[in-house]
Ligand binder design. Structure first.
Ligand code: C2E
Ligand code: MG
Ligand code: MG
Ligand code: MG
Length: 271
């Protein structure tokens, strides 16, 4: 179809191989939850005003028996496509709440939630039950969404976001600035946090306008009463610039890579 109408191509063995690989991944993924192959790693977020770790983002990893660690970019899109993201996402929320309940009280946990999880009716009930089972106050859970969630902005999505907010859960806009209309999405819901996409941080020192964009988003956050987090901070130079431009928090390899929960607990205790 990519070649346009009226053209045809013979079925190539390579296409068949790709489809088989995808099918295998799908079958493996359907078993992975029951086989406990998923893990959460956590990446800390540093508040620049207090110099304290204030939260951690939960990032899923798949420990595949043959392939080793599979990063989320390699399976989350397929999980979304075939609906598996709903049970996987539910496991993430429950596990993240359980883990966070053992951390020092001010440290919160952030969970990424996909558009498909908003389409299912279960999200709010899952959050309520995960918080209560873990005995975690709602104020220590944060939900990160991307523009994709608001793309088909409908009553139900907004209703869900407001119900989460009423519970006391915080809501962040992830990967801010990468989509088509980030600004208009900011208007559709009063987010608690803006996470500035790491591509802007990466470009900061390399392009003359790079730092101006960070400055503008930090200012926007201040005006709207939203926290701003710079993602993907890797160098001291980036950290210095981010500080100077007035972002509230940083997250990136410079502070720490995402860590297995046991290592994170050590890090939190050390700070
Ligand atoms: P994200 O939510 O924007 O998460 C941040 C990503 O940036 C993570 O990649 C993290 O490892 C990476 N990162 C953090 N600091 C740095 C840095 O200094 N430099 C660079 N180059 N990268 C950095 P990861 O873990 O591969 O996750 C990729 C994406 O997969 C996430 O992007 C998120 O959209 C999705 N994802 C991860 N876990 C989940 C999950 O449990 N559920 C859902 N629905 N999506 C998830
Ligand atoms: Mg995120
Ligand atoms: Mg992000
Ligand atoms: Mg992302």
């Amino acid at each position: 179809k990519l070649d346009g109408r009226g053209t045809f191509r013979f079925f190539e063995p390579a296409m068949d191989e790709r489809m088989q690989a995808r099918r295998r991944l799908e079958l493996d993924m359907r078993q992975a939850l029951a086989r406990r192959e998923f893990q959460l790693h956590y990446q800390p977020q540093l508040n620049l005003e207090t110099d304290r770790l204030v939260g951690c983002e939960a990032l899923i990893r798949w420990q595949h028996p043959e392939r080793g660690t599979v990063p989320p970019g390699d399976f989350i899109p397929l999980a979304e496509e075939i609906g598996l993201i709903v049970p996987i996402g539910e496991w993430v929320i429950r596990q993240a709440c359980r883990d966070a309940a053992a951390w020092p009280a001010p440290v919160s946990v952030a969970v990424n939630v996909s558009p498909a999880q908003f389409k299912s009716d279960r999200l709010v009930e899952t959050v309520i039950s995960a918080l209560s089972n873990a005995d975690l106050p709602a104020g220590r859970l944060e939900i990160e969404i991307t523009e994709g969630v608001l793309l088909q902005e409908n009553e139900r999505t907004l209703h869900t976001l407001y119900r989460l907010r009423e519970l006391g859960v915080r809501v962040s806009m992830d990967d801010f600035g990468t989509g088509y209309s980030s600004l208009s999405y900011l208007r559709s819901f009063p987010f608690d946090k803006i996470k500035i996409d790491r591509s802007f941080v990466h470009d900061m020192a390399k392009r003359p306008d790079g730092e101006a964009i960070i400055r503008a988003i930090a200012g926007l956050g201040r005006s709207l009463g939203m926290t701003t987090v710079a993602e993907g901070v890797e160098t001291e130079d980036q950290m210095r610039r981010i500080r100077a431009e007035g972002c509230t928090e940083v997250q990136g390899y410079l502070v720490s890579r995402p860590l297995p929960v046991a290592d994170l607990v050590g890090l939190l205790a050390g700070r």
